[in-house]
Design a protein. Structure first.
Length: 404
């Protein structure tokens, strides 16, 4: 642009000084004039281009500033989204309820920490898998996210049972809701659930407490009504036994009456024991000494039977002492060991292991080779009047629970 401008000046100066030779034809002069006009147009266009370039450069700078501002806003927005996402993830991880999210195909997308604890299944092994593949075919489809996705209807505050990683049945309370997008489209389903195991235990404890309360009232009212005539029966039977000759065959019947009265009196005593408050008289005693006394008593009883029961003990060599009521402790052991012996009508082995644990405590493990019991009985095992024996009163383990 600068050279063209100089050339233009030179042409004008030459013409002003009449340097152009006279022999140049008028045609050539016209061409030179045209060339000068071209240069003038070129210089004008160059000036306009330079002005446009400066404007474009200014606009580019403005766009750079705007782009930088947009980038900062976008970065701030992404940071906020990330913060909210982490906040939501933190909430999901900290809530005590299990949270499972699935997509429209039933594949798990979210499996929080509480869900891991309740099911025993790690999140890494659950995310990406089908819901039913995680909980097995035993789970009803009617109580799964599939039912909600197919019926387009939520499930609120229902109950079901699932199997955890150890194949144990876990009762849970759950709700399943649809996940919808901004336009109302269905994106998946979310299930919230909580473990009812502890609640069920508390319910059983409340039921047991109510049973014991009712039993206490009944025992207080019935004991007086039963023991008075029972005492009279026992007294008259004792007089009858005294009056009969030893060789009289009726002596056997009288002894049966006296034995029956004794058993009834023992049942009433156990009933009163279960229903009343215990006031332990504790003192420091050696545990092995207490257990050996109980075993000697049981061995003397076993010698009078024809059942072959072998008793094995495993005690540590060192001394273990504990602060307890020895009489109540022995009573508890007698009921537990008798329960094990009675579970082996054809004979077997009864093992007693004594172990010292931390914090100056101890553990007694009693194992029998008996027939065992059903799940229904084991759930009610320590309730009064629950027994697997046809003639059992069902108070032995209730007394054990009362003492413990």
């Amino acid at each position: 642009m600068k050279r063209a401008f100089i050339l233009k000046i030179n042409f004008e100066e030459n013409m002003a000084k009449s340097i152009i030779p006279n022999e140049i034809a008028s045609k050539d002069a016209s061409q030179i004039h045209n060339l000068i006009q071209v240069f003038e147009y070129f210089n004008k266009a160059t000036d306009e281009f330079k002005l446009a370039y400066h404007k474009l450069e200014k606009r580019a700078a403005e766009l750079d500033l705007e782009l930088d501002r947009k980038n900062k806003d976008l970065l701030a927005s992404l940071t906020e989204v990330k913060r909210l996402k982490n906040y939501q993830a933190s909430i999901l991880e900290e809530v005590s309820a299990g949270v499972i999210c699935t997509n429209t195909e039933g594949k798990v997308t979210i499996f929080n920490r509480a869900a891991e604890q309740i099911t025993g299944i790690q999140s890494s092994k659950a995310v990406g898998k089908n819901y039913l593949d995680i909980f097995g075919d035993t789970l009803s489809l009617e109580k799964s996210p599939y039912a909600v996705l197919n019926a387009n209807k939520n499930i609120q505050n229902d109950e079901k049972e699932i199997r955890n990683q150890n194949n144990e049945v876990v009762p849970i309370k759950f709700s399943i809701s649809l996940i919808k997008g901004d336009r109302g489209e269905i994106l998946g389903a979310v299930e919230l659930f909580e473990d009812l195991t502890e609640i069920r235990k508390l319910q059983k404890e409340i039921q047991h407490t109510r049973t014991m309360s009712a039993l206490g009232e009944m025992a207080a009212n019935v004991t007086h009504e039963i023991r008075n005539p029972l005492g009279a029966i026992g007294g008259f039977a004792a007089l009858l036994e005294r009056d009969l000759a030893p060789e009289d065959p009726r002596q056997r019947l009288v002894k049966k009456i006296i034995e029956g009265v004794g058993k009834l009196d023992k049942i009433i005593g156990n009933l009163l024991f279960v229903s009343r408050e215990i006031q332990p008289q504790t003192r420091k005693v050696p545990i092995k000494w207490v257990i050996n006394d109980v075993l000697e008593f049981l061995l003397s009883e076993l010698q009078q039977t024809e059942v072959d029961i072998r008793i094995q003990t495993r005690f540590p060599r060192y001394k273990i002492e504990a602060q307890l009521d020895p009489q109540l402790f022995q009573q508890m052991l007698i009921h537990l060991l008798k329960n094990g012996i009675q579970a082996m009508p054809d004979g077997g082995t009864l093992s007693i292991h004594l172990q010292k644990t931390r914090h100056n405590t101890f553990r007694i493990i009693i194992i029998d080779s008996g027939v065992g019991m059903s799940g229904d009985i084991s759930e009610k095992l320590f309730f009064p009047f629950v027994s697997t024996k046809p003639k059992g009163a069902g108070l032995g383990l209730a007394i054990v629970r009362k003492i413990v």
